[in-house]
Structure formats: C-alpha cells, structure tokens
Design a protein around this ligand. Structure first.
Ligand code: SAM
Ligand code: SF4
Length: 317
C-alpha cells in the first residue's frame, strides 16, 4: 500500500513483548517495566492475524523485536507461522543475542532469515554497566550460535553514546574484519524518559568517519544505513542517522506494539488499537494507519525529545 506521501509501505515491525532480560540504560528503567495485564497483550493468534492482514495490504517483510523477543515463550512458533503467511518474503529478528545459544537453530529452522544483534561495547565491565546486568560472554556465545546456525548477513547494532563508547569506534568497526557481519552505528534517540543519558551524550555519526578515515563508501543495500567498508573486511560499517539526517522520506515501515497499538511512526504519539479485532478489522485499521502515516517524525534532536510517549522497549526499536 502507498501512503499519502507516495511511500510504499512493505515492512512491519512487531514488538512481541515489552519485557527484557537486560536493562540497557538508554532503553528502559532499572526497575524494568510495569507488567501489563496478560489479557491486554496481543496473543499469538492475534499477531498472526495482524501479519495476514498486513500481507494482504502489501507488507512483505516482518521483523520481530521488543523488549527482548527471545524472552517470549512462543517466539519460535510465532516466527514459524509468520514465515508461512502467503506474501511474507522475509522474517527477521532483532535481539540482544544472549538467549541465542538455545534458540538460534530453532529460529532458523522456523524460517527466520536475518537477525540483528545489539552490542554497544566490547569491554566486559562497560557491558555490565550499560546493560545493568548483562555478561559480555553471553553476547559472544549468542553471536557464535547465530553463525553456527547458518545465519548470513548478521548485523550488529551499536548505539553511539558520548562519554561511553566513542573510544571504541575503531575496535567495534573492526568486528567486520573478524566476523562476516555488518556493524551499524546508530545515533542515540532521545526517547520518552531519556534513561541515564542527556543531550550531552548525543554524538553525530560524523564522529565515526573522523575516527576511521580509511572507510570506503559502498552502494546502499536499500536499507536506512549509509554504508562503508574497511579494507580487507568481511562486512560493512553502516551509519544510521535518525537524528542528524532523518530518512523519513524513504520510510517504508509501520509498527505494532506488544499491547496491540499500530504506530505509523516511531516518534509520533499516534496509535491505533487492533487488540481484540478480527483480521478484517485489523486490515481496515492498518489501512487507516498507513493512510495517516506522518510525513516525518517531527523535530527530533538532543533537545527535542521523541513525541512517541513510550520508551524504546515499549515500542520496539
Ligand atoms: N532487545 C532487543 C535488542 O536489544 O536488540 C530488541 C529491542 S531493542 C529496543 C532494539 C534496538 O533499539 C537495539 O539495537 C537498541 O540498541 C536500540 N535502542 C534502544 N533504545 C534506543 C535509543 N534511545 N536510541 C537509539 N537506539 C535505541
Ligand atoms: Fe532490552 Fe534491547 Fe532495551 Fe537493551 S535495548 S534493555 S536488550 S530491549
């Protein structure tokens, strides 16, 4: 389906849970999230109905996210059923990787084709600090499990945070020389409560280019990242700049939260509930959401917080 600004919407990002086994300081509060009533969250059947409705409107790619999608008990079944929906060509997942040792193979067998893993530092103590409770070795076990399960074109997502990991730009980018992965630096987005980081922590991604003058530009793969390559690398270094150079004109996505709200734009307060709807009603509401997708996400800068009204774990980054 094409929205009112001639953008073809082909990509649905679905958050399956707001819960997480980590507590990243820029994403969610230390106390976690207030657990919502089970009855208010999308059931597996409702998620699949939403995918079918979306596919009937031209959605071709689905990404599962969260919170942490791998803490969702039935994630493998949700992925398997989504991959079987007619019209869905690609099922992807974004995860902190820590639960992949048990789940990488089942997810791949269920039809997940691409996974993105989040990693903000290669230092054990800093990893424990930024995640408030994580162990770096669990991330590496997850990465190795994903490679062994046969996942190709794995992308590692790194949020660049001033005063925290700017001194690791070079070693993080060098992961593309050690592993067949892309490393994508993402600008810190000022979400609803901002977590532990204020405007001073925002760094424009031009900092990456300053640190790595040897990066060679390569053609885009059609995604939102500007792509580069280190000499002799197995993967690309990507820059995703939602703040300093937004990509709203090329946005092809719509989102569904774990509590059943369609969000036409990550940073807009607009939400349309599909919880409890039939598949036909979901299709109607999806049409409404796509038709009302805003032209851009509005002013977003270290000083202008997202108007989303939710933290990232409650939307699905
Ligand atoms: N738990 C999974 C993970 O960490 O990959 C999936 C959900 S997480 C919300 C998805 C992505 O959003 C992660 O790569 C995370 O780093 C990113 N993210 C969370 N809060 C962010 C923020 N304030 N600015 C930029 N990216 C953020
Ligand atoms: Fe959890 Fe992902 Fe948010 Fe970290 S970024 S707290 S792993 S949902």
């Amino acid at each position: 389906m094409v929205d009112s600004f001639s953008r073809e919407i082909t990509y649905l990002r679905i958050s399956v849970t707001e819960l997480c086994n980590l507590r990243c300081r820029y994403c969610m509060p230390q106390s976690g999230v207030e657990k919502k009533r089970h009855a208010d969250m999308m059931t597996e059947d409702e998620i699949i109905a939403a995918v079918r409705a979306a596919a009937s409107l031209g959605i071709r790619k689905v990404r599962f996210t969260g919170g942490e999608p791998l803490v969702k008990r039935n994630i493998v079944s949700i992925c398997r059923r989504t991959a079987a929906v007619e019209g869905i060509e690609e099922v992807c997942l974004t995860t902190n990787a820590t639960l992949l040792p048990a789940l990488a193979k089942p997810l791949r067998q269920a039809g997940v084709r691409r996974i993105n893993l989040s990693i903000d530092t290669l230092d054990q103590e800093k990893y424990a600090y930024i995640t408030r409770c994580g162990r770096l070795e669990d991330f590496y076990s997850g990465l190795h499990a994903a490679l062994e399960a046969g996942f190709k074109k794995i992308k590692l997502n790194t949020v660049l945070i001033g005063g925290f990991n700017e001194d690791e730009i070079v070693p993080l980018a060098q992961l593309t020389q050690r592993y067949p992965v892309d490393v994508r630096f993402i600008e810190l987005m000022p979400m609803y409560d901002g977590g532990d980081f204020g405007p001073e922590a925002f760094l424009p991604l031009s900092r990456v280019l300053e640190c790595l003058p040897q990066l060679e530009s390569v053609p885009t793969d059609g995604g939102v990242a500007q792509l580069f390559r280190l000499p002799g690398s197995k993967g690309c270094v990507g820059l995703i700049r939602p703040v300093s150079a937004h990509f709203c004109a090329d946005c092809n996505r719509i989102r569904l939260t774990a509590d059943g709200k369609l969000k036409p734009c990550l940073h807009s307060p607009d939400e349309i509930s599909i919880k409890g709807c039939t598949e036909a009603e979901m299709a109607e509401k999806l049409q409404q959401a796509i038709a009302n997708k805003p032209r851009w996400h509005g002013e977003l800068s270290p000083q202008h917080r997202s108007r989303a009204g939710r933290n990232m774990n409650e939307i699905g980054g």
